[in-house]
Design a protein around this ligand. Structure first.
Ligand code: SF4
Length: 476
């Protein structure tokens, strides 16, 4: 099984396109992923369409998130105050490095040697496993999908179903190779094996790390949803619990929670409700509870009024499943933590346009993502907005050659004479191209797989001058 190192792939320059081509060269993996995404998407649509007031739910969730993001400063202060009142230690981190430093301090203070971790996309941003390993702490992923990709030495390919690209037989081979288990492709037996290997780890672990789906400002509680029971065990069995929370996860009140729970399960996995919904109301006696509130670029999204709604995302993954580009290239092609349409919006903000400015172009703009988003983020328009930003900032998105070409095009389009002159040169160029000593495919990705068009022997204008009379309407 091919290992993709858990360290994040560099997003420099044209990384997406290279990674995309790599995905295209691996038809088996791509096929499994495409089929799984299509199945999930279809299932989720059926579930949603069975609700007559689905659109009202989406609109209500959109408005609640709008309020929360517009009042984020006040809500975060309220959330912190209420968390502290419940015996929680709250730490703030402006970026992943600071969050990791807080985490390492906690590890040191409690002499932590082993960690069990439930699913958390923020922890992927921080590369927590890698950081903990660097100080000799073993962190074990307990979500089944995360456990599989950790075992395979890969990175998650989807934000909800990290091992979407692995078939049951892939998992059987992985368990045989890494855990020494007899090969099986039966789902029940595979989950039994995973359970057997994970169960003891909860009891041995010194610390549990979780993410958070919703922070409830009015009560200072955090809500975590899951299907396997692993998050519940990770946060309750070890003596220390650390919750890593992106600052955009706060909603004003527990009163609004059902609204999101209704949408999240249906959009994410096609369930009416996830199997477990944990609401953590502070530290239990004798145990320590830390919350690390992490910005890591989210303020950059807040600063851009046209992009703000990207912070409404509840990480359901529906836009990934619906996206024809994601289905074809998979999650790794996006080069960082968040793949698919929402990744193409968030990543440039979180890691910088110079590194990820190409991602908004990784879309056909078909609009499927916007239609399925349960919080009504207008993803296609955001992508267009970011494309505009990317080409208007000095970033590797536009090479000097591309700038030159577009400037020349703009010049040529400013008058009929210029246009005719330019087209004359183009026609000549295309004719001469066949005498080049190399194939034009070597010029780059655009010409790869494309043939030069045949040039007609005459232009339309001169053809019309000679034959146009035939089409004139007879007078009267
Ligand atoms: S952008 Fe919308 S559809 Fe995509 S993951 Fe976020 S909430 Fe789900």
């Amino acid at each position: 099984m091919k290992a993709v190192h858990s360290q994040h792939v560099s997003l420099q320059g044209a990384a997406f396109w290279k990674a995309e081509n790599k995905g295209l060269a691996e038809p088996r993996g791509s096929k499994a992923l495409g089929e799984s995404a299509e199945r999930s998407s279809k299932h989720n649509r059926q579930i949603a369409m069975a609700i007559p007031y689905w659109e009202q739910w989406r609109e209500a969730a959109h408005q609640i998130k709008r309020y929360a993001i517009d009042h984020l400063d006040d809500l975060l202060v309220q959330f912190e105050k209420n968390l502290i009142a419940r015996g929680c230690t709250v730490l703030w981190a402006k970026d992943a490095a600071e969050a990791n430093q807080h985490l390492l301090n906690i590890v040191k203070e409690h002499n932590v040697k082993t960690v069990v971790k439930s699913k958390s996309m923020v922890s992927e941003e921080m590369e927590v496993n890698h950081v903990l390993a660097s100080v000799g702490v073993k962190a074990l992923e307990t979500d089944l999908g995360e456990f599989l990709v950790q075992l395979a030495g890969q990175r998650p390919t989807h934000i909800v179903t990290p091992a979407l690209h692995l078939s049951a037989s892939d998992v059987g081979r992985l368990f045989a190779e890494k855990l020494g288990e007899p090969y099986t492709a039966e789902h029940e037996k595979l989950t039994d094996i995973a359970r057997r290997h994970l169960r003891q780890e909860y009891l041995r672990a010194d610390m549990g790390i979780s993410g958070c789906n919703f922070g409830l400002a009015d009560t200072g509680a955090i809500c975590i949803v899951e299907n396997e029971g692993n998050a519940g065990l990770s946060i309750s069995a070890p003596p220390v619990h650390v919750a890593l929370i992106g600052i955009e996860k706060v909603i004003p009140s527990i009163e609004y929670l059902p609204q999101f729970l209704n949408l999240l399960g249906r959009s994410g996995t096609g369930q009416k409700l996830t199997t477990y919904t944990h609401i953590v109301h502070g530290a239990t006696p004798g145990r320590k509870f830390y919350v690390i509130l992490i910005d890591n670029g989210r303020s950059n999204v807040l600063k851009d009024p046209a992009a703000r709604t990207a912070l409404f995302c509840i990480r359901c993954g529906a836009c990934l499943n619906a996206c024809p580009v994601y289905r074809r290239v998979g999650g790794w092609a996006y080069g960082w933590v968040y793949p698919g349409p929402i990744g193409s919006i968030l990543t440039p903000h979180l890691v910088g346009f110079d590194k990820a400015g190409k991602l908004p172009f990784a879309s056909s703009l078909c609009g499927a993502c916007g239609e399925v988003c349960p919080v009504k983020i207008d993803i296609p328009h955001q992508l267009v907005h970011l494309r505009h930003r990317a080409v208007n900032t000095r970033s590797p998105v536009r090479s000097p050659l591309e700038r030159l070409i577009w400037n020349a095009w703009a010049w040529a389009m400013r008058g009929p004479l210029r246009y005719q002159l330019t087209m004359g040169f183009v026609r000549l160029g295309v004719r001469l191209a066949k005498f080049l000593p190399f194939h034009p495919a070597q010029l780059g990705a655009w010409t790869r797989g494309r043939e030069l068009p045949l040039v007609p022997s005459t232009t339309f204008r001169s053809w019309w001058r000679r034959h146009g009379k035939r089409f004139e309407q007879p007078a009267g």
